[in-house]
Design a protein around this ligand. Structure first.
Ligand code: X90
Length: 276
């Protein structure tokens, strides 16, 4: 049986008609663990964190939680958040070796997306599509690796507090987003790190900058995936702007899951594109 698996940074808990499972990351304060699964109330978590004075942090899925989502499958595609910013990819690799010991005939490939959120989503969708086309495990892996080279991630964040608190961006970069109404835009670098590109004041400028960046990246048509942290208005504005300039784009908008909501923070928005 073939299964598609992602960690919860992919923003996806289930996919209709597909054997898909997510392995949760966890967001923690000194008093509470927020497991990023179907039971997580994201608005409640964001409210509680906003009121919380202490430090918060995150942790990757344990090897056990990976093994749990592997169980019962023999052809497994696993997609993870960038290994440069998280131990998730590594814990998935450890789980893979353990699973293969008890299931020696299983086939497992773990993809390091070098990215987050909507770019993870694009790879999951591509894997499902390649498998539906009837490709072998080896071919699915080869084509998916090629596809990874053609996808990009851009984002606009209103606060980088949680990223800085956890050492994922420098305090200097984070300070830029401190001022009211300022968004920090950026991209996932080819090494899978967060690379700031611009500071913008106001949503209109943010949208214009996004369009400029995807144009520079060579986008003309194809899939666009947008997640947002309680900011449907900005997500729709971005969707409309993309479609106006690129009518052949296929744009989907959805709310961010728990892990992306924690790091992209309220108002944040992330955009994945394929350059085909
Ligand atoms: O293992 C862990 O504890 C998880 C750490 C995750 C750290 C980064 C999450 C980023 C989520 C923020 C904006 C996009 C950055 C993309 C850079 C590749 C989303």
């Amino acid at each position: 049986m073939t299964r598609f698996i992602a960690d919860s940074c992919g923003d996806m808990l289930q996919i209709e008609g597909v054997d898909f499972k997510a392995a949760p990351l966890t967001i923690s304060t000194d008093t509470t663990d927020y497991v990023d699964d179907e039971n997580l109330q994201i608005t409640q978590m964001l409210d509680a964190l906003a009121a919380y004075k202490g430090k918060s942090s995150t942790s990757c899925p344990s090897v056990d939680s990976w093994l749990k989502v592997f169980e019962g499958a023999d052809t497994i595609y696993v997609v993870t958040i960038t290994s440069t910013l998280s131990g998730t990819y590594n814990s998935a690799l450890v789980a893979k070796e353990m699973y293969l010991q008890s299931h020696p005939d299983a086939k497992i490939h773990v993809f390091d997306t070098l990215s987050a959120g909507p770019e993870i989503m694009l790879l999951i969708e591509k894997l499902i599509e390649l498998d539906r086309d009837g490709k072998s495990f080896e071919d699915v892996c080869t084509f998916a690796e090629e596809y990874q080279k053609k996808t990009r991630l851009f984002f606009a964040l209103k606060s980088l507090h949680n990223l800085a608190q956890n050492g994922r961006v420098s305090k200097v970069v984070a300070a830029a987003a401190g001022a009211l109404g300022i968004s920090v835009l950026g991209t996932a670098s080819s090494e899978g790190t967060l690379e700031p590109s611009a500071k913008c004041r106001g949503d209109k400028k943010v949208i214009a900058k996004f369009i400029e960046e995807i144009t520079q990246a060579g986008f003309t048509k194809g899939k666009v995936r947008i997640n947002h942290v309680e900011n449907p208005k900005l997500a729709q504005m971005l969707r409309n702007a993309v479609l106006e300039k690129y009518p052949q784009a296929e744009v989907l908008v959805y709310p961010a899951g728990g892990l992306c909501s924690y790091y992209a923070e309220r108002g944040g928005i992330m955009l994945g594109i394929e350059v085909i």
